[in-house]
Structures are given as structure tokens and as C-alpha cells.
Ligand binder design. Structure first.
Ligand SMILES: *Cc1c(COP(=O)(O)O)cnc(C)c1O
Length: 375
């Protein structure tokens, strides 16, 4: 029996254990300590942000970000529809409602044109959303400049969900650093991991301090326990931050390995009938966190599910691309602005095994099994 090939698994480097050991040796086994402070500083340097707060997950970071820009009960928040549900769940934690916006074909991310139309219409009727959550999917930045411009025009804060896009560029800078607040994830399947964790970044020191405050039960600086606001228990552990520090040191290699996976797949499979790889928009570089491609059965008679099931038989894990959030039963009563492009991508799209720790043999095996379906 073949060994399983998984979609995206943790890939630990040489230094993580050193930082973790330091935490043990100094007894900083708490959601406070020197690894956390250092991880935040080092992360800022890597993405080019002024300030950062390390938290327990990307979802927690997004929850704090939405709260910090003032989202509250009864508000509406615009959000990319083509994404993982964690992009929208925190909107509902605050009693607000998501409105989903479709993608464009060139980036698979939120269409600036649709966003502009929607904001113009909302301004006309005096019902602007409280924020926009812009997702940078599968390691590729959305087209940030026009989106930021239109958000600024209507004074709607932009929150960037860069959970999947650490290491990517938009016109030489890191996505996640353009909007009022950006968030990143260090879940086990992301490009680097802390076994679970997230980061909130902003150039506004006040916002990031407020994020740290809310993440530690909104405890005021008194000797006794004093609270004037409701907070959360969202800080990252000093042990996990140690893993993160080690992972940051290998980020460039992890990005390069995933980009290489993509190239190898594309060279081998790009000419198959009806197959198209996720395009790379010309304004930046994608990390190719996951290699995604679409199978058009009208062209070849071979659809995504056929490929997925054949690979599964061979112990090769793949996943359909994200099911758009406007199609999720839990959001059935939410408004959606178009959605056909995300739906089409969902019907045809598949994510191949993409970990930075895949071997050439693993890649060859995946390629071989897909080619076999076409012969
Ligand atoms: C992983 C992910 C998140 C959530 O991050 P967690 O650390 O798992 O909470 C949010 N948005 C997107 C697009 C993601 O892929």
C-alpha cells in the first residue's frame, strides 16, 4: 500500500526547539514572556508592519480587528465570498451580518469593480457597511489599491485577512499591511505554524495596544482586578511563540518550496485538456500556499470529482476549493453581491497536495495518477 500524501502538513525547521526549550528553561510557560515579544517584533520586520499582537488564532485576530473598528450588533460587514468560513464567523460573533462579494477571474479574490458598485449603491441609500473584510486567498494578494481607494472614499475601514498569504507580495509589499488592520494565521496547515496561533498587525500603535488589552480579558492596569469592558482570553502562549520564531527563520524557504511545487505541477499537467491552474495576478507574487487548478468537464469529460476520487483511492489527499460562503446553509439569509465566479471555481476547482515538505517522489506520484486519468 502506498503511503498517504497529505494536502498541507507542518514543516518544522532546525531552530524551533531551541526557542521552546528556552521557554521551558526559564519557566515562561504562559501567555506572556520573551518569545511573544520577540515574535511580534520579528514578525513586524518580516511583513513590514509597525506593530503586531500575537494571539491564539487567526480567527481570534479577526474577531479583535472587527471589534476594534467598531463593528457591533446590527451592523453589516462586506466580506469576500470565496474563502474559508473563519473569514466571516467573527462578524457574527459581534452580532453583525456579512454581505458577500464575488471574486474576479484574474486573482480569484474580491472584485474591486463589484465592491465599488456595492459601496456606491450603499452610500446612495445611506447604509454603508461598518467594515470590509478582504481575503487574500491561497497565497495570492487581492488587488488592494483600488479596493483601499474606494474604502477610503467612503471612510469604511479595510481589514485584510492574510491568513493564507504570509510571504506574498502586492507591488513589493506584504498583503495584510495596507488596510487599517491585517490578520495572519499560524494554524497547522498554513505556510508556517505555531501549532495554532495568529497575528494582528497595524501601523496604529493604539489599535494594537487595544488588541493586546482585549486579548487579556480587558484587564486594567490596577494592582487588583479591574474591568470596564468585556474582553477575551486570546493571547498566544510563550511556548507557541517560540515555535513561531523558529518558523519565521525558514519562511523564505517554505515559500520557495511551495512555489516550486506549483511550477512542477503546472509544467507536468498544464497542457491536459480542460485543465487550468490558478492564475497569478501581475501586481505581485503568490506564495502558492496551495496549488489550485480547475477541471472543465465540458472540454475533457473529466470533472473535479473524478480526479479527487481517483487520487483518494491512491491515498492522495486533495480538497475542492473553498465552497463560497453565500452558498453555505448557515449564511442562507445573508445578502450576496453576484457570486457566479466563485460558484464556477467551486464546481471545477481542486487543491493538490502542496506542503513545503513534499518530496519529488510525492509530486511525481500525484502527477502520474492525474495523467493516468487522461489516457
Ligand atoms: C486559516 C484561515 C483563517 C483562520 O485562521 P485560524 O488560525 O485557523 O483561526 C481565516 N481566514 C482564512 C482565509 C484562513 O485560511
Amino acid at each position: 500500500m502506498n503511503k498517504p500524501i497529505l494536502l498541507s502538513t507542518p514543516h518544522i525547521g532546525d531552530r524551533e526547539l531551541e526557542f521552546v526549550k528556552e521557554a521551558f528553561d526559564t519557566n515562561w510557560i504562559a501567555p506572556v514572556g520573551p518569545n511573544i515579544d520577540a515574535f511580534e517584533k520579528e514578525f513586524c520586520r518580516v511583513v513590514g508592519s509597525q506593530h503586531a499582537a500575537a494571539v491564539s488564532s487567526g480567527t481570534a485576530a479577526l474577531h479583535l480587528a472587527l471589534k476594534l473598528v467598531g463593528v457591533t450588533t446590527g451592523d453589516e460587514v462586506f466580506c469576500s465570498t470565496f474563502t474559508f468560513i473563519a473569514s466571516a464567523n467573527p462578524i457574527t460573533y459581534l452580532g453583525a451580518k456579512p454581505v458577500f462579494i464575488d471574486s474576479d477571474r484574474t486573482s480569484w479574490n474580491m472584485s474591486p469593480i463589484l465592491l465599488e458598485k456595492a459601496l456606491i449603491e450603499r452610500a446612495r441609500i445611506g447604509n454603508l457597511p461598518k467594515a470590509v473584510v478582504l481575503v487574500h486567498l491561497y497565497g495570492q494578494s487581492a488587488d488592494i489599491d483600488p479596493i483601499l481607494q474606494i474604502c477610503d472614499l467612503y471612510s469604511v475601514p479595510l481589514i485584510e485577512d492574510a491568513a493564507e498569504a504570509l510571504g506574498a507580495t502586492y507591488k513589493t509589499r506584504s498583503p495584510g499591511t495596507f488596510g487599517r488592520i491585517g490578520i495572519f494565521s499560524f494554524n497547522g496547515n498554513k505556510i508556517i505554524t505555531t501549532s495554532g496561533g495568529g497575528m494582528l498587525v497595524s501601523d496604529d500603535a493604539g489599535l494594537v495596544n487595544q488588541a493586546r488589552f482585549l486579548a487579556t480579558q480587558a484587564r486594567e492596569s490596577e494592582v487588583y482586578y479591574q474591568h470596564t469592558q468585556i474582553g477575551y482570553n486570546y493571547r498566544l502562549s510563550n511556548v507557541s511563540a517560540g515555535i513561531g520564531r523558529g518558523q519565521l527563520l525558514v519562511l523564505p524557504e517554505r515559500v520557495a518550496a511551495r512555489q516550486r511545487n506549483f511550477k512542477i505541477y503546472q509544467q507536468a499537467l498544464g497542457n491536459l485538456s480542460g485543465v487550468e491552474f490558478m492564475p497569478e495576478a501581475d501586481y505581485g507574487t503568490s506564495t502558492r500556499w496551495l496549488t489550485c487548478l480547475t477541471f472543465d468537464s465540458d472540454v475533457s469529460g473529466i470533472d473535479r470529482e473524478k480526479v479527487r476520487l481517483r487520487l483518494l483511492e491512491q491515498q492522495i489527499e486533495t480538497r475542492p476549493v473553498w465552497k463560497p460562503l453565500h452558498l453555505q446553509p448557515v449564511f442562507a439569509n445573508c445578502e450576496s453581491i453576484a457570486g457566479e465566479i466563485a460558484e464556477d471555481l467551486f464546481n471545477k476547482g481542486l487543491c493538490l497536495p502542496s506542503g513545503s515538505n513534499l518530496t519529488d517522489e510525492d509530486l511525481e506520484r500525484v502527477i502520474h495518477e492525474i495523467k493516468k486519468i487522461y489516457h
